[in-house]
Design a binder for this molecule. Structure first.
Ligand code: C5P
Length: 342
């Protein structure tokens, strides 16, 4: 449904922050007939974010993308451009009059490491879908937006909503969860070794049997979702760090693709003196802290250990180390702190 051109909106670019995600838990609960896996995952968005600006460029023959920061491969294959093309195709065209979906000029600052288990590309896709509609001053029903998101990738529907959610199915079932009832936003330390890990390879290793039996990730994931619904506090979440660290069903499969992740995880645990978890299909690992400041000083310790050679990092180079916070909706308004997707 078009709402008609809005000349004021079209003058200034639309700006979206496209946040990274963490899987606090990630349980694989089955294989689907379409070859994908059914998941049960508690996901949160982080303050660490890519930045996307979207401006209409009616005289340009095609959409354009200018990208800085982390290298995400060929520009023409970028998922943000695919998101714009798919969204354009879904916008109804009036029989007469101007095209409601003129070419767009996108600028994308990639601050989230690529192929790192942080969902950067999927988040860019959700931001591009949303940003394109706003730049065109066009609205699509929420169900249609969600269907487009699911076609772009399994994590994209989560990013359309953002915040904290229980994600199920292939990723298309997203149920918002209440965030911590008490306490300040936990700090998160992210450490990403300089090796890209392709998600399909990790799922293929999982399907080939590289997994830990026992269903502990499923139990931990179900339990965390229930506890959040029951009003979990920040201190209680921190107290569950070791349970969360063991609640990723893709960790064993990622270690088949990149065996150096096993000693790296052990080394990181030793440097930080606390549980360390893998996000998504890896290679990013994370640890929870009571505050951003605590996560920052832990980051300094990781950098020092990596430079001193006492922490062996897969890929050989310096890891990406970032202290950030979990960004969540405020219960009263549903809006989010700075650093969120909208
Ligand atoms: O949907 P997306 O492109 O992110 O998925 C990448 C790959 O990861 C898929 O091709 C599939 O092999 C695997 N995958 C899966 N089950 C999921 C999500 C992804 O098997 N729920």
């Amino acid at each position: 449904m078009t709402s008609g051109p809005d000349p004021l909106r079209r003058l200034a670019p639309v700006v979206r922050l496209a946040p990274a995600k963490l899987n606090l838990t990630l349980a694989v609960v089955g294989r689907r007939p379409d070859g994908f896996h059914d998941l049960h995952s508690v996901m949160v968005t982080l303050a660490l974010a890519d930045r996307l600006s979207v401006a209409v460029a009616p005289s340009a023959p095609t959409d354009m993308l200018h990208r800085t920061g982390f290298d995400a491969g060929p520009i023409e294959d970028d998922i943000a451009l695919r998101a714009v093309a798919l969204t354009r195709a879904a916008v109804p065209r009036p029989p007469f009059g101007a095209d409601p979906t003129p070419s767009l000029a996108l600028r994308l600052e990639k601050r989230i490491p690529v192929a790192a288990g942080l969902g950067g590309g999927s988040s860019d896709a959700a931001a591009a879908l949303d940003g394109a509609l706003e730049a065109w001053a066009v609205a699509l029903p929420a169900t249609e937006r969600a269907a487009l998101a699911a076609r772009l990738g399994s994590d994209v529907p989560f990013f359309l909503a953002g915040g904290v959610a229980l994600v199920e199915g292939r990723g298309e079932r997203v149920a918002p969860l209440p965030w911590l009832r008490t306490g300040t936003a936990p700090g998160v330390l992210l450490v990403t070794p300089p090796v890209a890990i392709a998600t399909p390879a990790v799922f293929a290793a999982y399907a080939a049997g590289h997994r830990v039996a026992g269903g502990t990730a499923r139990l931990a994931s179900t339990h965390l979702a229930e506890e959040l619904r029951g009003g979990l506090g920040a201190r209680e979440l921190l107290a569950r760090a070791s349970v969360l660290a063991a609640a990723n069903d893709l960790a064993a499969a990622a270690a088949v693709i990149e065996p150096a992740l096993v000693p790296f995880r052990r080394g990181l645990r030793r440097v930080l003196g606390r549980p360390v978890a893998q996000s998504g299909s890896g290679p990013t690992h994370w640890a929870l802290y009571a505050s951003l400041e605590e996560a920052e000083s832990a980051g300094a310790a990781v950098r020092a250990a990596s430079r001193a050679g006492t922490l062996l990092v897969p890929g050989g180079g310096e890891p990406f180390v970032a202290a950030t916070t979990i960004v969540t909706p405020t219960p009263e308004t549903g809006t989010r702190e700075e650093g969120s997707a909208r």
